[in-house]
Design a protein around this ligand. Structure first.
Ligand code: PGA
Length: 256
């Protein structure tokens, strides 16, 4: 059975004190309220990863991730952090290929394939984001685009490595806009992604791959999205900044 995951992406929000308060609240609520088979991941700005990972040590349900890392192990890359550094402060995951990284920092599939390798080599798991813009959807090239993002970003991996990847389908037009993909729209793409995985790695790997939905997911729409056959949880931006909202999304699995 594939894992159900709710991951929070704080992006460049929160200062240290407010972040620690938020995370303490999330840990307390999740420990009380999440189902045993669920995992909750919080991805703060990298400055806070160490402190959050220390707090998460006592929780079997909550872990911590970074929002990005460099593809090299070390070196003269001022301002960057490596996967081994992320690992050394207690994180378990790294978000890769978020549309904001693709759009504002020019990250392409080729670079993201290198980052994926670095993350896996260092014993971390990527949360690998894919998804189309509104223009691409309107031009009806979104299936092809998603296929390319998969093929060029993660399908070079050997099966054992691919099995560690969490995928996140995030339609760019739904991120931070308040416009959510309908459960049917999201399910259609998730089923397509799972079919592509099946074609590449076989049915067992496909059935075991966790595929998250991201884009204006909130406590009101989470239960319906998560009840779709191929949606295994969410990558949450805005709603991860309020402990009650985030925990209500975590609880949405229980009310299907
Ligand atoms: P949002 O962001 O929930 O604020 O739309 C999702 C994301 O960017 O991962």
């Amino acid at each position: 059975m594939r894992k159900k995951i709710v991951a929070g992406n704080w992006k460049m929000n929160m200062d240290y004190t407010s972040g620690m308060t938020l995370f303490s609240e999330v840990i307390n609520m999740v420990n009380d309220e999440a189902r045993g088979d669920q995992e909750v991941i919080v991805c703060p700005p990298s400055l806070f990863v160490y402190s959050l990972a220390q707090l998460a040590k006592g929780s079997s349900k909550v872990s911590v991730g970074a929002q990005n890392c460099h593809q090299a192990d070390s070196g003269a890359f001022t301002g960057e952090i490596s996967a081994s550094q992320v690992k050394s402060v207690g994180a378990e995951y790294v978000i890769l290929g978020h549309s904001e990284r693709r759009q504002y920092f020019g990250e392409n599939n080729e670079l993201l394939a290198q980052k994926t390798d670095a993350v896996l080599k260092n014993g971390l798991r990527p949360i690998f984001c894919i998804g189309e813009t509104l223009e691409e959807r309107n031009q009806n090239v979104h299936f092809q685009l998603i296929k390319e993002q998969l093929e060029q970003g993660v399908f070079h991996l050997a099966e054992a490595d691919f099995a560690k990847v969490v995928l996140a389908y995030e339609p760019v037009w739904a991120i931070g806009t308040g416009v959510t993909a309908s459960p049917e729209q999201a399910q259609e793409i998730h089923a397509f992604i799972r079919k592509e995985i099946e074609a590449k790695y076989g049915v067992e790997v496909a059935e075991n791959t966790t595929i998250l939905y991201g884009g204006s997911c909130n406590p009101k729409n989470a239960a319906e999205l998560f009840s779709q056959a191929d949606i295994d949880g969410g990558l949450i931006g805005g709603a991860s900044l309020k402990s009650r909202d985030f925990t209500d999304i975590v609880k949405a699995f229980n009310i299907q």
